[in-house]
Design a protein around this ligand. Structure first.
Ligand code: NAG
Ligand code: NAG
Ligand code: NAG
Ligand code: NAG
Ligand code: NAG
Ligand code: NAG
Ligand code: NAG
Ligand code: NAG
Length: 562
């Protein structure tokens, strides 16, 4: 075997020398082949896309950077002893099938080794022997099936390891025994059936882990080892159907979790509840059918939530997001089964600035659905809206938005009338499904008359008479039966703090009335309620009660909303 290799090697070396001598140019005592670019002042040589079949061995032996990417190199045996001072070596996009034994033994200072897009099938304990300074290793897009347990034993300095796009099913326990400095591991696009718990147990400083596009179905009890610094975990595009309540609970620092495009059918509330540092959660493209009260329990730091493309989602509880007091952005696009939003869904989310509910099944929208006075962007396009006068508030908002975008000078009057004149709307996509005269038209093209909800004078009189009648009846009851007045004092206090009921009436300034009615009024009500209610204390004893009730599934907890 070895004897066969020697003449082969000699022939190859001779050939290279011959080729170099014929085509190369000499500088600083080293030969630079014509297809390469040699920058001897910075000790860098690039032979990228040079159709090389072998590693050139006559280059400057003091090279720090050697780029051999996009060639046709198959073997690297005995190629690198000449370049002891290499710091960066790029062998990506070649045809290497095996790294052989101890071929990087002299590269004591190598920090970056790029081997992506080759055909490597097997890594052994000799593959990276000697690479004590290596911090970045990329073996993505190869044909790895097996990595021997001792493969990375010398790589004490390894920080970033890329193994994406291989055929890995399993990682040996102890594979990362020298991985105390590992911060990022890419295992996406492999064939893992479960999280490689035992191997990862040694990567105590890990901050980033990608397991996207594998075949992970269950995240079992203790599936994630104790990784106290992990801040990003990507599990998107697996087939996760179940997450044990302690499957992820060790990840106390986790800030970014992607569980999109899996097969979850119920919201994994319990499993996520301990991730109190989570700021971004993506659950898009699952098969969740219901968002229960406090679905995102304990996620007090959640800022960005993506729950779009939940094709089977039918129902959202009004208290779904109450724990997420720091929520800033929410994306709920393409939840086709949602035909109605609960009123004041975002009641407790006082930091919310971005709401997107594009392409849901919503026919009607109410101003009170959205915290209009604090939003910066509201995206509503693609819903089958019934553009009757109930959408007057939105029509008005679009009109003032249009005026504002045409007119660059500030209009102080409308600023006073509309709480948030800077609201960005996707008004070009807000198109009416009905009524017939507006079918297929932009809501903004509707006339003031079509959006007018005010009742005729006959109706107004009858409403007034009814109200007076009711008042008389109530007055009589109160006067004649004072002892019956034993309703809870809390309810009464709240009622008295609410503003007067808003009776529709024709006014001289139509705009002012409409805007007050639809925008200022709800937001005032919200503020009033805030003032009268005790502040939401996530750790207070009442919360424990709520959770118990929910777990028991007995009756709806009875808090916060009046
Ligand atoms: C590695 O780098 C150090 C300092 O940067 C240098 O002193 C040493 O000679 C280098 N070793 C080799 C084998 O080039
Ligand atoms: C190696 O070369 C490839 C292709 O030219 C490039 O994409 C990659 O970034 C390079 N790797 C390093 C570590 O520079
Ligand atoms: C990997 O390489 C080692 C050593 O060359 C060999 O013993 C082992 O059989 C190989 N494994 C596979 C799966 O090819
Ligand atoms: C290379 O791997 C990436 C994942 O890192 C994957 O998305 C891509 O499809 C792979 N490319 C090929 C050609 O296999
Ligand atoms: C959670 O995040 C906060 C602020 O970013 C940080 O101070 C705290 O240490 C984090 N908690 C953990 C357990 O990492
Ligand atoms: C996951 O969901 C997809 C899409 O509905 C389905 O085709 C697939 O069979 C499911 N896989 C499992 C394991 O449930
Ligand atoms: C407008 O249409 C919606 C949806 O069909 C309906 O719920 C609402 O009652 C209508 N409003 C009026 C004033 O007719
Ligand atoms: C822009 O606003 C100013 C007053 O702020 C007004 O005088 C002017 O007519 C407006 N222009 C347009 C095009 O609406």
């Amino acid at each position: 075997m070895e004897y066969e290799k020697i003449p082969f090697l000699c022939g190859r070396t001779l050939l290279i020398i011959l080729v170099l001598a014929m085509t190369g140019s000499k500088s600083n005592g080293a030969i630079c082949p014509a297809a390469c670019r040699c920058e001897n002042d910075v000790l860098r040589t690039s032979c990228a896309s040079a159709s090389l079949e072998f590693v050139p061995i006559q280059l400057n032996p003091e090279l720090h950077e050697l780029d051999l990417s996009r060639n046709k190199i198959v073997h690297i045996h005995f190629s690198f002893p000449f370049y002891e001072e290499l710091i960066v070596l790029n062998l990506s996009h070649n045809k290497i099938k095996t790294l052989g034994n101890s071929n990087f033994l002299s590269q004591k200072n190598l920090t970056h080794l790029d081997l992506q897009y080759n055909q490597i099938e097997n890594l052994t304990k000799e593959s990276f022997k000697g690479l004590k300074a290596l911090s970045h290793l990329d073996v993505s897009n190869n044909s790895l099936e097996v990595i021997q347990e001792t493969t990375f034993r010398d790589l004490h300095s390894l920080v970033v390891l890329r193994l994406a796009g291989n055929k890995l099913v399993h990682l040996e326990a102890g594979l990362f025994r020298s991985g105390k400095n590992l911060k990022e591991i890419y295992l996406n696009d492999n064939q893992f059936l479960e999280i490689p718990t035992e191997a990862l147990a040694d990567t105590v400083r890990l901050r980033y882990l990608s397991l996207s596009r594998n075949y992970i179905r269950y995240i079992e009890d203790g599936a994630m080892p104790n990784l106290p610094e992990l801040h990003t975990l990507l599990l998107n595009y697996n087939i996760v159907t179940e997450i044990h309540s302690d499957g992820l609970s060790t990840l106390i620092s986790l800030m970014y979790l992607d569980l999109s495009n899996n097969n979850l059918t119920v919201m994994p509330t319990e499993s996520l509840a301990k991730l109190s540092n989570l700021t971004t959660l993506t659950l898009s493209g699952n098969f969740i059918t219901v968002l229960q009260p406090i679905s995102f329990r304990g996620l007090f730091n959640l800022k960005i939530l993506k729950i779009n493309r939940l094709m089977t989602l039918k129902q959202i509880d009004v208290r779904t997001f109450v724990d997420n007091i720091n929520l800033e952005k929410i994306n709920m696009d393409y939840n086709l089964g949602i035909i109605k939003l609960p009123t004041r869904l975002f009641h407790g989310n006082s930091k919310l600035t971005y709401v997107s509910v594009r392409f849901n099944g919503l026919q009607n929208l109410e101003a009170i659905h959205f915290p209009l006075d604090q939003l910066h962007e509201l995206r509503l396009g693609g819903n089958p809206l019934q553009c009757n006068c109930s959408l007057g508030w939105l029509w008005q908002l679009i009109q003032s938005y249009k005026t504002k975008s045409i007119n660059t000078s500030t209009n102080t009057k409308s600023e006073k009338l509309i709480p948030n004149i800077d609201l960005i709307l996707d008004e070009h996509d807000i198109i009416c499904e009905g009524p017939e005269d507006l079918h297929g038209k932009h809501l903004s093209s509707a006339t003031k008359h079509q959006m007018d909800c005010s009742v005729g004078w006959l109706a107004a009189i009858s409403v007034t008479i009814t109200v007076i009648f009711i008042l008389v009846v109530i007055g009589g009851v109160v006067y004649w039966a004072p002892k019956r007045r034993t309703k809870s004092s809390r309810e009464e206090k709240l009622r008295s703090s609410l503003p007067e009921p808003n009776i529709p009436r024709k006014s001289d300034s139509y705009e002012a009335a409409q805007i007050e009615k639809y925008i200022l009024q709800p937001s005032m009500m919200i503020h009033n309620e805030y003032r009268t209610l005790t502040p939401w204390d996530p750790y207070g004893p009442s919360v424990v009660n709520i959770y118990e009730q929910i777990n028991d599934n007995r009756e709806r907890p009875h808090i916060v909303y009046v």
